[in-house]
Design a protein around this ligand. Structure first.
Ligand SMILES: Cc1cc2nc3c(=O)[nH]c(=O)nc-3n(C[C@H](O)[C@H](O)[C@H](O)COP(=O)(O)O)c2cc1C
Length: 173
């Protein structure tokens, strides 16, 4: 049994949803799991494993994620740790692994943290949940990348079996 902390950075709730699912899975393996948003993360001392999950917005992970990592780099490096990224680009089979996902590669290039386990998950698309500017930007990106552009589109691209496998790997770390 491990004490696991999962820290999430989520704007529309999908990374939070992945976090809640991981918590449920990891608890079913007997772990004690705490979830916290990046702005309210507790001190890392008491945890055996630390996981950070963040979504992509306009091509970037939340800067608060990098701030948190640089403030806690020593502890993160000493502990068993993992990072996962959630984005719409990751819906594409050619971009849904840590090695092939451009946002994960950009993340790794930008930090000295070397998490032991990495994962990439497809996110949620819900045009009606965005303001008009964001909706049009994302519709344009989806049009370029041959995704759905109908204004009422609501699709969850998260592969929950893949999230379950990740939970199992986290448990075994
Ligand atoms: C304003 C906005 C900008 C986004 N920009 C990107 C992007 O540049 N690349 C991408 O792959 N996905 C992008 N997405 C998709 C999100 O990463 C996806 O919806 C994810 O599920 C959001 O997770 P969250 O709800 O935890 O924030 C964007 C979504 C929004 C709302």
């Amino acid at each position: 049994m491990s004490k696991i902390l999962i820290i999430y950075s989520s704007v529309h709730g999908q990374t939070r949803k992945v976090t809640d699912y991981l918590k449920q899975q990891l608890e079913s393996y007997g772990n004690e799991v705490t979830c916290a948003s990046i702005d309210e993360a507790p001190a890392l001392d008491v945890f055996d494993k630390v996981v950070i999950g963040a979504s992509i917005r306009h091509g970037k992970h939340n800067p608060a994620v990098y701030d948190f990592i640089s403030r806690n780099i020593n502890q993160l490096s000493d502990k068993v740790s993992s990072f996962f990224s959630v984005s719409l680009v990751a819906r594409k089979p050619a971009k849904n692994t840590p090695e092939t996902n451009p946002y994960m590669q950009a993340f790794l290039a930008k930090t000295t943290w070397k998490p032991k386990l990495l994962a990439v998950f497809g996110g949620n698309l819900d045009y009606q949940g965005y303001n008009a500017v964001d909706r049009n930007i994302i519709r344009f990106i989806m049009w370029i990348t041959k995704g759905p552009t109908a204004a009422d589109t609501k699709v969850e691209y998260t592969d929950w079996d893949k999230v379950s496998q990740y939970a199992q790997q986290l448990h075994q770390l």
